[in-house]
Design a protein around this ligand. Sequence first.
Ligand code: PMP
Length: 285
Amino acid sequence: DIAYLNGEFIKRDQAKVSIEDRGFQFGDSIYEVIKLYDGQLFALERHLHRMLKGINRIDINFNYNLEELKKICKQVIKKNQDYPKSKSGSLYIQITRGAAPRSHEFTSDLEPTIIMYLLPTKKYSQALRKEGAAAITMPDRRWELCSVKSTNLLPNILSKQEAKEKGVIEALFVADNKKITEGSSSNVFIVNEGVVKTHPATDDILNGITRSIILDLDYHDFVVREEKFSLNDLYDADEVFITSTTKEVLGIVEIDDKKINNGRVGPITQKIHQKFKNYLNEYLD
Ligand code: PMP
């Protein structure tokens, strides 16, 4: 398969970056994962817009605009047309501040490193979607700029690993104030008496693209809103679900060994997933 690296298209196993790249040494970089449905990039502009915001927030010297980036993303898909990943994989993008002699501080003139290539997609079986998944809660040990999608992911990966070792799908983060922020790689929603809540898009969470689409859609028989909720609210919820680019909407039916909705995926979770899929199909038409 073909990767994009700093203006060139080359075989992925030949794409190399410097050992002094700040993305490698400091996690000084921003990334995106964009899902492909039947060869089409879903919600491309939303992802690129978030990425440019993050790049701006951490002052990476980056001169591409949205249109130029869109073009490169599409070229990567085209160059990989013959590979199955170009149909239902994901496009991975990473922009680092660039390479320089190792030093915490940086200058504003560095050449950023730009990488794009296709990833295979994690599969979530129909059975899992129907039956729902389990999760654990863990302290949110991250910093105060979780809104920036940086590759500084140590707390996320260590939490996810612990979840995996406990045989569950996700670690849900509990902040110091006992509020639930999000998952290690997903956003969290609870349903309580017809009101669906998710943490507001502050710097305490990553504003997920899936999350933002769900908030933008219209619903008849319930409301979806941004509102903080506590660990107790999570345990007592009628329904819980998580969202992400690869998971879409996934019901959580057990948290820390406590059953949610008697261990079943609830009706509002299913309705929201259906609405999301309708949006997706319209987008791809
Ligand atoms: N929160 C975190 C910490 C994440 O890593 C992700 C996945 N990238 C999400 C939320 C979900 O975001 P999205 O819907 O854009 O995939």
